[in-house]
Design a protein around this ligand. Structure first.
Ligand code: FRU
Length: 508
Protein backbone atom coordinates (compact mmCIF):
# COMPACT_ATOMS: atom_id res chain seq x y z
CA UNK A 1 0.00 0.00 0.00
CA UNK A 2 1.33 3.36 -1.07
CA UNK A 3 1.29 5.01 2.34
CA UNK A 4 2.61 2.22 4.40
CA UNK A 5 5.50 1.97 2.07
CA UNK A 6 5.61 4.84 1.64
CA UNK A 7 -8.95 38.03 3.87
CA UNK A 8 -12.01 42.50 3.74
CA UNK A 9 -11.08 45.65 4.96
CA UNK A 10 -12.00 47.94 2.02
CA UNK A 11 -14.53 46.77 -0.48
CA UNK A 12 -15.16 48.95 -3.51
CA UNK A 13 -18.37 47.91 -5.09
CA UNK A 14 -19.08 49.18 -8.56
CA UNK A 15 -22.36 47.57 -9.26
CA UNK A 16 -23.79 48.09 -12.68
CA UNK A 17 -27.20 46.48 -12.76
CA UNK A 18 -25.56 43.30 -13.78
CA UNK A 19 -21.91 43.59 -12.99
CA UNK A 20 -20.02 43.94 -9.74
CA UNK A 21 -16.35 44.80 -9.56
CA UNK A 22 -14.42 45.01 -6.33
CA UNK A 23 -10.90 45.86 -5.41
CA UNK A 24 -9.45 45.00 -2.07
CA UNK A 25 -6.07 46.68 -1.93
CA UNK A 26 -5.25 46.16 1.71
CA UNK A 27 -5.87 42.50 1.67
CA UNK A 28 -4.00 42.23 -1.57
CA UNK A 29 -0.80 43.34 0.16
CA UNK A 30 -1.37 41.02 3.10
CA UNK A 31 -1.79 38.25 0.59
CA UNK A 32 1.66 38.99 -0.83
CA UNK A 33 3.17 38.69 2.67
CA UNK A 34 1.48 35.40 3.11
CA UNK A 35 3.00 33.96 -0.02
CA UNK A 36 5.67 32.28 2.06
CA UNK A 37 3.00 29.82 3.12
CA UNK A 38 0.92 30.09 0.01
CA UNK A 39 -1.40 27.17 0.50
CA UNK A 40 -1.71 27.33 4.30
CA UNK A 41 -5.39 27.16 5.23
CA UNK A 42 -6.65 30.14 7.24
CA UNK A 43 -9.58 28.49 8.96
CA UNK A 44 -9.05 24.78 8.48
CA UNK A 45 -6.82 22.92 10.87
CA UNK A 46 -3.25 22.29 9.65
CA UNK A 47 -0.31 20.98 11.68
CA UNK A 48 2.35 23.64 12.35
CA UNK A 49 4.85 21.49 10.47
CA UNK A 50 5.21 18.06 8.92
CA UNK A 51 2.87 15.29 7.92
CA UNK A 52 -0.72 14.72 9.06
CA UNK A 53 -3.42 12.27 8.04
CA UNK A 54 -6.56 10.94 9.79
CA UNK A 55 -8.34 12.76 12.62
CA UNK A 56 -8.11 10.60 15.77
CA UNK A 57 -9.49 10.62 19.28
CA UNK A 58 -12.20 13.20 18.63
CA UNK A 59 -13.54 13.88 22.12
CA UNK A 60 -15.04 16.82 23.99
CA UNK A 61 -13.93 17.46 27.55
CA UNK A 62 -14.30 20.38 29.94
CA UNK A 63 -14.92 23.11 27.40
CA UNK A 64 -12.57 21.84 24.70
CA UNK A 65 -12.95 19.82 21.54
CA UNK A 66 -9.80 17.73 21.26
CA UNK A 67 -8.40 16.80 17.90
CA UNK A 68 -5.71 14.16 17.81
CA UNK A 69 -4.38 13.18 14.44
CA UNK A 70 -2.08 10.77 12.62
CA UNK A 71 1.22 12.61 12.68
CA UNK A 72 4.77 12.08 11.49
CA UNK A 73 6.89 14.76 13.19
CA UNK A 74 10.07 14.16 11.18
CA UNK A 75 8.96 14.80 7.64
CA UNK A 76 6.25 15.90 5.25
CA UNK A 77 5.44 12.43 3.95
CA UNK A 78 3.79 9.53 5.79
CA UNK A 79 6.13 7.86 8.30
CA UNK A 80 6.12 6.18 11.72
CA UNK A 81 2.84 7.30 13.17
CA UNK A 82 2.35 9.37 16.33
CA UNK A 83 -0.78 11.09 17.60
CA UNK A 84 -0.50 14.86 17.20
CA UNK A 85 -2.82 16.96 19.36
CA UNK A 86 -4.74 20.25 19.17
CA UNK A 87 -7.72 21.62 21.05
CA UNK A 88 -10.41 24.20 20.39
CA UNK A 89 -13.33 25.85 22.15
CA UNK A 90 -15.32 26.41 18.96
CA UNK A 91 -13.96 23.82 16.51
CA UNK A 92 -12.60 26.63 14.32
CA UNK A 93 -9.67 28.22 16.12
CA UNK A 94 -7.22 25.55 17.23
CA UNK A 95 -4.45 25.58 19.81
CA UNK A 96 -1.47 23.33 19.07
CA UNK A 97 -0.56 20.93 21.86
CA UNK A 98 2.44 18.66 22.44
CA UNK A 99 2.53 15.29 20.67
CA UNK A 100 0.29 12.93 22.62
CA UNK A 101 1.34 9.40 21.68
CA UNK A 102 4.70 8.17 20.43
CA UNK A 103 5.48 4.80 18.83
CA UNK A 104 6.85 2.17 21.23
CA UNK A 105 8.06 -1.45 21.11
CA UNK A 106 4.58 -2.62 20.08
CA UNK A 107 4.60 -0.43 17.03
CA UNK A 108 3.44 2.78 15.42
CA UNK A 109 0.29 4.45 16.73
CA UNK A 110 -2.36 4.17 14.04
CA UNK A 111 -5.87 5.60 14.02
CA UNK A 112 -8.35 5.31 16.88
CA UNK A 113 -10.67 7.14 19.21
CA UNK A 114 -10.90 8.60 22.72
CA UNK A 115 -13.45 8.55 25.50
CA UNK A 116 -13.88 10.19 28.89
CA UNK A 117 -14.14 7.52 31.59
CA UNK A 118 -16.54 9.40 33.89
CA UNK A 119 -17.16 6.41 36.18
CA UNK A 120 -13.58 5.17 36.29
CA UNK A 121 -14.53 1.85 34.68
CA UNK A 122 -10.90 1.23 33.65
CA UNK A 123 -9.42 2.16 37.01
CA UNK A 124 -7.07 4.82 35.63
CA UNK A 125 -8.93 7.58 37.47
CA UNK A 126 -12.34 9.22 37.41
CA UNK A 127 -12.71 11.33 34.28
CA UNK A 128 -9.56 9.93 32.66
CA UNK A 129 -9.23 10.58 28.95
CA UNK A 130 -8.62 7.19 27.39
CA UNK A 131 -7.30 6.68 23.87
CA UNK A 132 -7.98 3.44 22.03
CA UNK A 133 -5.76 3.00 18.98
CA UNK A 134 -4.15 0.49 16.66
CA UNK A 135 -0.60 -0.65 17.17
CA UNK A 136 1.07 -1.30 13.81
CA UNK A 137 4.22 -3.36 14.31
CA UNK A 138 6.64 -2.54 11.44
CA UNK A 139 9.07 -5.31 12.48
CA UNK A 140 6.49 -8.05 12.18
CA UNK A 141 5.24 -6.53 8.95
CA UNK A 142 8.76 -6.64 7.52
CA UNK A 143 9.11 -10.26 8.56
CA UNK A 144 6.12 -11.04 6.35
CA UNK A 145 3.77 -11.87 9.22
CA UNK A 146 0.15 -10.85 8.88
CA UNK A 147 -0.77 -10.36 12.55
CA UNK A 148 1.01 -7.02 12.94
CA UNK A 149 -1.99 -4.87 13.87
CA UNK A 150 -3.41 -5.02 17.42
CA UNK A 151 -5.40 -2.61 19.58
CA UNK A 152 -3.94 -0.75 22.56
CA UNK A 153 -5.05 1.83 25.08
CA UNK A 154 -3.43 4.81 26.85
CA UNK A 155 -4.74 7.29 29.40
CA UNK A 156 -4.29 10.91 30.35
CA UNK A 157 -5.20 12.49 33.67
CA UNK A 158 -4.42 16.04 32.53
CA UNK A 159 -6.82 16.63 29.64
CA UNK A 160 -4.71 14.96 27.00
CA UNK A 161 -1.40 16.73 27.67
CA UNK A 162 0.58 13.78 29.02
CA UNK A 163 -0.18 10.14 28.41
CA UNK A 164 0.65 6.72 29.83
CA UNK A 165 0.26 3.56 27.83
CA UNK A 166 -1.51 0.68 29.57
CA UNK A 167 1.09 -1.83 30.78
CA UNK A 168 -0.83 -4.84 29.49
CA UNK A 169 -1.27 -3.73 25.91
CA UNK A 170 -2.45 -4.93 23.49
CA UNK A 171 -6.04 -5.19 24.70
CA UNK A 172 -7.21 -6.88 21.50
CA UNK A 173 -4.88 -9.32 19.79
CA UNK A 174 -4.70 -9.89 16.11
CA UNK A 175 -6.88 -12.82 15.00
CA UNK A 176 -4.79 -13.49 11.86
CA UNK A 177 -6.16 -10.69 9.71
CA UNK A 178 -3.77 -8.37 7.90
CA UNK A 179 -5.85 -5.15 8.06
CA UNK A 180 -7.26 -5.10 11.57
CA UNK A 181 -7.55 -1.58 12.85
CA UNK A 182 -9.01 1.86 13.60
CA UNK A 183 -11.06 1.19 16.76
CA UNK A 184 -13.90 3.58 17.51
CA UNK A 185 -15.16 3.26 21.07
CA UNK A 186 -18.61 4.49 22.01
CA UNK A 187 -20.63 4.38 25.23
CA UNK A 188 -23.79 2.46 24.47
CA UNK A 189 -26.26 4.15 26.81
CA UNK A 190 -29.00 1.60 26.19
CA UNK A 191 -26.80 -1.33 27.22
CA UNK A 192 -24.63 0.75 29.60
CA UNK A 193 -21.49 -0.73 28.20
CA UNK A 194 -18.47 0.35 26.14
CA UNK A 195 -18.52 -0.84 22.55
CA UNK A 196 -15.70 -0.92 20.07
CA UNK A 197 -16.13 -0.98 16.30
CA UNK A 198 -13.13 -1.86 14.19
CA UNK A 199 -12.45 -2.87 10.62
CA UNK A 200 -11.05 -6.24 9.67
CA UNK A 201 -10.01 -6.10 6.02
CA UNK A 202 -13.44 -6.33 4.37
CA UNK A 203 -15.87 -6.19 7.28
CA UNK A 204 -16.64 -4.56 10.61
CA UNK A 205 -16.34 -6.23 14.00
CA UNK A 206 -18.11 -5.06 17.15
CA UNK A 207 -16.88 -5.71 20.70
CA UNK A 208 -18.25 -5.16 24.22
CA UNK A 209 -16.33 -4.20 27.35
CA UNK A 210 -17.11 -3.13 30.90
CA UNK A 211 -13.65 -1.68 31.58
CA UNK A 212 -12.03 -0.80 28.23
CA UNK A 213 -9.42 -3.49 28.91
CA UNK A 214 -11.17 -6.80 28.29
CA UNK A 215 -13.09 -6.97 25.06
CA UNK A 216 -15.52 -9.61 23.76
CA UNK A 217 -16.43 -9.83 20.13
CA UNK A 218 -20.23 -9.72 19.69
CA UNK A 219 -20.89 -9.38 15.95
CA UNK A 220 -19.70 -8.68 12.44
CA UNK A 221 -21.14 -6.52 9.65
CA UNK A 222 -20.48 -7.35 6.02
CA UNK A 223 -21.81 -5.86 2.79
CA UNK A 224 -21.72 -7.55 -0.57
CA UNK A 225 -19.97 -5.09 -2.82
CA UNK A 226 -19.70 -6.04 -6.41
CA UNK A 227 -16.95 -5.39 -7.28
CA UNK A 228 -15.48 -5.29 -3.77
CA UNK A 229 -14.36 -1.90 -2.50
CA UNK A 230 -10.83 -1.34 -1.30
CA UNK A 231 -9.73 -2.09 2.26
CA UNK A 232 -12.20 -1.02 4.97
CA UNK A 233 -10.85 1.73 7.28
CA UNK A 234 -11.89 4.11 10.05
CA UNK A 235 -15.39 3.00 11.11
CA UNK A 236 -17.88 4.92 13.24
CA UNK A 237 -21.30 3.97 14.59
CA UNK A 238 -23.91 6.32 16.09
CA UNK A 239 -27.59 6.98 16.49
CA UNK A 240 -29.38 9.91 14.80
CA UNK A 241 -32.98 11.12 14.91
CA UNK A 242 -34.55 11.51 11.48
CA UNK A 243 -35.05 15.28 11.13
CA UNK A 244 -38.56 16.40 12.01
CA UNK A 245 -39.61 13.01 13.41
CA UNK A 246 -39.08 10.90 16.51
CA UNK A 247 -37.69 8.02 14.44
CA UNK A 248 -34.17 6.90 15.35
CA UNK A 249 -31.76 5.14 13.04
CA UNK A 250 -28.14 4.10 13.35
CA UNK A 251 -25.44 5.23 10.96
CA UNK A 252 -22.31 3.21 10.20
CA UNK A 253 -19.44 5.03 8.52
CA UNK A 254 -16.60 3.27 6.67
CA UNK A 255 -13.73 4.71 4.67
CA UNK A 256 -12.31 2.91 1.66
CA UNK A 257 -8.81 3.13 0.34
CA UNK A 258 -7.86 1.60 -2.95
CA UNK A 259 -9.28 2.87 -6.18
CA UNK A 260 -12.84 1.67 -6.13
CA UNK A 261 -14.75 4.54 -4.49
CA UNK A 262 -16.62 6.74 -7.03
CA UNK A 263 -14.17 9.59 -6.38
CA UNK A 264 -11.40 7.35 -7.66
CA UNK A 265 -10.26 6.16 -4.25
CA UNK A 266 -10.12 7.32 -0.63
CA UNK A 267 -13.84 7.79 -0.12
CA UNK A 268 -16.08 7.55 2.93
CA UNK A 269 -19.47 5.88 2.72
CA UNK A 270 -22.30 5.37 5.17
CA UNK A 271 -25.03 2.89 5.86
CA UNK A 272 -28.27 3.82 7.58
CA UNK A 273 -29.87 0.96 9.49
CA UNK A 274 -30.78 -0.53 12.83
CA UNK A 275 -28.63 -1.63 15.71
CA UNK A 276 -29.98 -3.71 18.57
CA UNK A 277 -26.88 -3.24 20.70
CA UNK A 278 -25.27 -6.32 19.16
CA UNK A 279 -25.82 -6.44 15.42
CA UNK A 280 -26.04 -3.70 12.82
CA UNK A 281 -28.40 -4.35 9.89
CA UNK A 282 -29.38 -2.27 6.89
CA UNK A 283 -31.85 -2.46 4.00
CA UNK A 284 -29.64 -0.20 1.95
CA UNK A 285 -28.87 -1.71 -1.41
CA UNK A 286 -26.22 0.66 -2.67
CA UNK A 287 -23.44 2.77 -1.24
CA UNK A 288 -24.04 6.36 -0.23
CA UNK A 289 -21.12 8.68 0.33
CA UNK A 290 -20.46 11.31 2.97
CA UNK A 291 -18.73 13.47 0.38
CA UNK A 292 -18.54 13.24 -3.40
CA UNK A 293 -15.26 15.12 -3.72
CA UNK A 294 -11.77 13.72 -3.65
CA UNK A 295 -10.66 15.18 -0.35
CA UNK A 296 -12.57 14.05 2.67
CA UNK A 297 -11.20 10.81 4.01
CA UNK A 298 -11.11 8.80 7.23
CA UNK A 299 -13.64 11.12 8.84
CA UNK A 300 -15.25 10.20 12.16
CA UNK A 301 -17.36 11.96 14.77
CA UNK A 302 -16.89 13.42 18.26
CA UNK A 303 -17.59 11.52 21.42
CA UNK A 304 -19.08 13.22 24.45
CA UNK A 305 -20.28 16.46 22.82
CA UNK A 306 -22.04 18.78 25.31
CA UNK A 307 -25.14 19.33 23.16
CA UNK A 308 -25.30 15.83 21.76
CA UNK A 309 -24.47 17.15 18.31
CA UNK A 310 -22.86 14.70 15.91
CA UNK A 311 -19.77 16.60 14.74
CA UNK A 312 -17.70 15.09 11.95
CA UNK A 313 -14.18 15.99 10.78
CA UNK A 314 -12.37 14.36 7.86
CA UNK A 315 -8.84 14.45 6.57
CA UNK A 316 -8.90 16.83 3.58
CA UNK A 317 -6.72 14.77 1.30
CA UNK A 318 -6.55 11.57 -0.65
CA UNK A 319 -4.07 8.70 -0.47
CA UNK A 320 -3.78 8.78 -4.26
CA UNK A 321 -1.64 11.93 -4.06
CA UNK A 322 -1.47 13.02 -0.39
CA UNK A 323 2.28 12.55 -0.09
CA UNK A 324 2.96 14.93 -2.97
CA UNK A 325 0.63 17.91 -2.53
CA UNK A 326 2.59 21.13 -3.21
CA UNK A 327 3.14 22.42 0.32
CA UNK A 328 6.58 22.65 1.90
CA UNK A 329 6.61 22.97 5.66
CA UNK A 330 3.51 20.93 6.45
CA UNK A 331 1.24 18.58 4.59
CA UNK A 332 -2.57 18.29 4.74
CA UNK A 333 -5.49 20.00 6.43
CA UNK A 334 -8.70 18.78 8.04
CA UNK A 335 -12.13 19.48 6.50
CA UNK A 336 -14.35 22.03 8.18
CA UNK A 337 -16.15 20.37 11.09
CA UNK A 338 -19.63 19.44 9.95
CA UNK A 339 -22.75 18.55 11.88
CA UNK A 340 -24.31 15.34 10.62
CA UNK A 341 -28.09 15.18 10.32
CA UNK A 342 -30.32 12.45 9.05
CA UNK A 343 -33.21 13.13 6.70
CA UNK A 344 -35.69 10.99 4.88
CA UNK A 345 -35.93 12.18 1.29
CA UNK A 346 -38.61 10.44 -0.74
CA UNK A 347 -38.25 7.29 1.32
CA UNK A 348 -34.46 7.27 1.25
CA UNK A 349 -32.33 8.10 4.28
CA UNK A 350 -29.65 10.69 3.61
CA UNK A 351 -26.90 11.81 5.96
CA UNK A 352 -26.53 15.58 5.60
CA UNK A 353 -23.24 17.29 6.41
CA UNK A 354 -24.22 20.77 7.62
CA UNK A 355 -21.77 23.61 8.10
CA UNK A 356 -21.49 23.88 11.88
CA UNK A 357 -23.75 26.52 13.44
CA UNK A 358 -20.99 28.72 14.90
CA UNK A 359 -19.20 29.01 11.56
CA UNK A 360 -21.34 32.19 11.36
CA UNK A 361 -19.23 33.72 14.10
CA UNK A 362 -16.19 33.90 11.83
CA UNK A 363 -17.97 35.35 8.78
CA UNK A 364 -18.97 38.93 7.82
CA UNK A 365 -21.23 39.77 4.93
CA UNK A 366 -19.49 41.84 2.26
CA UNK A 367 -22.00 41.61 -0.53
CA UNK A 368 -25.66 40.79 -0.78
CA UNK A 369 -27.60 40.99 -3.98
CA UNK A 370 -30.63 39.87 -5.87
CA UNK A 371 -29.36 39.23 -9.33
CA UNK A 372 -32.45 37.74 -10.84
CA UNK A 373 -32.49 38.13 -14.57
CA UNK A 374 -29.17 39.95 -14.89
CA UNK A 375 -26.78 38.05 -17.03
CA UNK A 376 -24.03 37.55 -17.60
CA UNK A 377 -23.26 37.92 -13.92
CA UNK A 378 -19.73 38.21 -12.75
CA UNK A 379 -17.72 40.04 -10.16
CA UNK A 380 -14.21 40.28 -8.84
CA UNK A 381 -13.33 40.01 -5.22
CA UNK A 382 -9.72 39.82 -4.17
CA UNK A 383 -10.26 37.54 -1.23
CA UNK A 384 -12.36 34.87 -2.78
CA UNK A 385 -10.12 32.26 -1.27
CA UNK A 386 -11.11 33.22 2.23
CA UNK A 387 -14.82 33.53 1.65
CA UNK A 388 -18.18 31.84 1.61
CA UNK A 389 -20.32 32.34 -1.50
CA UNK A 390 -24.00 31.44 -1.11
CA UNK A 391 -26.95 31.59 -3.46
CA UNK A 392 -30.14 29.87 -4.48
CA UNK A 393 -30.54 28.93 -8.09
CA UNK A 394 -33.79 28.16 -9.90
CA UNK A 395 -32.52 26.13 -12.80
CA UNK A 396 -34.52 25.40 -15.94
CA UNK A 397 -31.83 23.63 -17.80
CA UNK A 398 -28.21 23.99 -16.70
CA UNK A 399 -26.20 25.94 -14.17
CA UNK A 400 -22.55 26.70 -14.68
CA UNK A 401 -20.41 28.62 -12.23
CA UNK A 402 -16.77 29.49 -12.85
CA UNK A 403 -14.19 30.57 -10.31
CA UNK A 404 -11.08 32.00 -11.93
CA UNK A 405 -8.24 34.54 -11.80
CA UNK A 406 -6.03 36.59 -14.13
CA UNK A 407 -3.66 33.65 -14.36
CA UNK A 408 -6.47 31.70 -16.08
CA UNK A 409 -6.71 29.20 -13.25
CA UNK A 410 -10.26 27.97 -13.45
CA UNK A 411 -12.53 25.82 -11.29
CA UNK A 412 -15.98 25.03 -12.62
CA UNK A 413 -19.16 23.84 -10.96
CA UNK A 414 -22.15 22.68 -12.95
CA UNK A 415 -25.58 21.13 -12.66
CA UNK A 416 -27.58 19.56 -15.45
CA UNK A 417 -31.26 19.38 -14.50
CA UNK A 418 -32.04 16.74 -17.11
CA UNK A 419 -29.55 14.20 -15.88
CA UNK A 420 -29.59 15.38 -12.27
CA UNK A 421 -25.81 15.39 -12.26
CA UNK A 422 -23.94 17.98 -10.24
CA UNK A 423 -20.25 18.12 -11.04
CA UNK A 424 -16.99 19.94 -10.61
CA UNK A 425 -13.95 20.24 -12.82
CA UNK A 426 -10.60 21.17 -11.33
CA UNK A 427 -8.52 20.14 -14.35
CA UNK A 428 -7.38 23.76 -14.91
CA UNK A 429 -7.61 24.89 -11.28
CA UNK A 430 -3.92 25.77 -10.90
CA UNK A 431 -1.06 23.43 -10.19
CA UNK A 432 -2.50 20.07 -11.17
CA UNK A 433 0.67 18.47 -12.42
CA UNK A 434 2.42 17.62 -9.17
CA UNK A 435 0.94 14.13 -9.33
CA UNK A 436 -0.79 12.25 -12.15
CA UNK A 437 -3.51 10.90 -9.85
CA UNK A 438 -4.47 14.42 -8.85
CA UNK A 439 -4.95 15.27 -12.51
CA UNK A 440 -6.76 12.02 -13.14
CA UNK A 441 -9.31 12.87 -10.45
CA UNK A 442 -10.12 16.30 -11.93
CA UNK A 443 -13.78 15.58 -12.60
CA UNK A 444 -16.07 14.67 -9.72
CA UNK A 445 -19.81 14.24 -9.82
CA UNK A 446 -22.88 13.21 -7.88
CA UNK A 447 -26.37 12.46 -9.09
CA UNK A 448 -28.62 14.65 -6.91
CA UNK A 449 -31.72 14.09 -9.05
CA UNK A 450 -33.91 16.69 -10.71
CA UNK A 451 -34.19 19.72 -8.43
CA UNK A 452 -36.09 22.90 -9.39
CA UNK A 453 -34.16 24.90 -6.84
CA UNK A 454 -30.69 24.47 -5.43
CA UNK A 455 -29.19 26.14 -2.37
CA UNK A 456 -25.43 26.30 -2.79
CA UNK A 457 -22.74 27.30 -0.31
CA UNK A 458 -19.16 27.40 -1.54
CA UNK A 459 -16.47 27.77 1.10
CA UNK A 460 -13.00 28.63 -0.17
CA UNK A 461 -9.76 28.56 1.77
CA UNK A 462 -6.17 28.90 0.55
CA UNK A 463 -6.09 25.40 -0.94
CA UNK A 464 -9.59 23.98 -0.70
CA UNK A 465 -13.13 24.37 -1.99
CA UNK A 466 -16.04 22.83 -0.10
CA UNK A 467 -19.42 22.86 -1.85
CA UNK A 468 -22.56 22.22 0.22
CA UNK A 469 -25.63 21.48 -1.90
CA UNK A 470 -29.06 21.95 -0.25
CA UNK A 471 -27.71 22.45 3.28
CA UNK A 472 -25.28 19.60 2.95
CA UNK A 473 -27.49 16.91 1.45
CA UNK A 474 -24.56 16.44 -0.85
CA UNK A 475 -21.06 17.77 -0.36
CA UNK A 476 -18.09 18.02 -2.70
CA UNK A 477 -14.75 18.74 -1.02
CA UNK A 478 -11.66 19.23 -3.16
CA UNK A 479 -8.17 20.54 -2.70
CA UNK A 480 -7.05 23.17 -5.22
CA UNK A 481 -3.61 24.67 -5.68
CA UNK A 482 -4.30 27.80 -7.72
CA UNK A 483 -1.27 29.70 -8.95
CA UNK A 484 -2.91 32.91 -7.70
CA UNK A 485 -5.88 33.62 -5.49
CA UNK A 486 -9.22 33.12 -7.27
CA UNK A 487 -10.71 36.59 -7.78
CA UNK A 488 -13.47 36.13 -10.34
CA UNK A 489 -16.89 34.58 -9.96
CA UNK A 490 -19.06 34.06 -12.98
CA UNK A 491 -22.45 32.49 -13.63
CA UNK A 492 -22.27 31.51 -17.25
CA UNK A 493 -25.77 30.71 -18.39
CA UNK A 494 -27.66 33.57 -20.02
CA UNK A 495 -31.13 32.11 -20.04
CA UNK A 496 -33.42 30.09 -17.94
CA UNK A 497 -31.84 30.72 -14.61
CA UNK A 498 -32.77 32.79 -11.58
CA UNK A 499 -30.40 33.41 -8.74
CA UNK A 500 -31.68 34.64 -5.38
CA UNK A 501 -30.11 35.58 -2.08
CA UNK A 502 -26.65 35.90 -3.49
CA UNK A 503 -24.18 36.65 -0.70
CA UNK A 504 -20.46 36.74 -0.17
CA UNK A 505 -19.09 36.58 3.32
CA UNK A 506 -15.48 37.04 4.21
CA UNK A 507 -14.16 34.55 6.68
CA UNK A 508 -12.32 35.59 9.88
C1 FRU B 1 -6.60 5.71 6.97
C2 FRU B 1 -5.45 4.87 7.55
C3 FRU B 1 -5.93 4.05 8.75
C4 FRU B 1 -4.65 3.83 9.51
C5 FRU B 1 -3.92 5.14 9.31
C6 FRU B 1 -2.42 5.02 9.26
O1 FRU B 1 -6.14 6.80 6.23
O2 FRU B 1 -4.92 4.03 6.57
O3 FRU B 1 -6.57 2.86 8.38
O4 FRU B 1 -4.89 3.55 10.85
O5 FRU B 1 -4.38 5.68 8.07
O6 FRU B 1 -1.79 6.26 9.25
Amino acid sequence: MKKFELSLIIVLLVLGCSKATKTDKLSQSSYVNEKVEKYRSKFHFTPEANWMNDPNGLVYSNGYYHLFYQYYPNGTVWGPMHWGHAKSKNLLKWEHMPIALFPDELGYIFSGSAVIDKDNTAGFGKGAMIAIFTYHDPVKEKEGKIDYQTQGIAYSLDEGVTWKKYSENPVIDNPGIRDFRDPKVIWNEDKEIWQLILVAKDHVQIYDSKNLKQWTKISEFRFEDNPPLGVWECPDLFKLKVDGTEEEKWVLIISHGGESAPNGGSGTRYFVGDYDGTTFTTDQKESQWIDYGTDNYAGVTYNNTPDNKRIFIGWMSNWNYANETPTKKWRSAMTLPRELKLINKNGKYLVKSKIIENFKTITTEVLKEEITGHFPYDFQYQNLQQSKISFEAIVNDKLEVILSNSNKDLYSISYDKKTGVFSIDRSQSGNVNFNSNFKKSSFQKVNIGTEDQLAIDIILDASSIEIFINQGQYVITTQVFSNENYTDFNVKNKDGITINNFKIKKIL
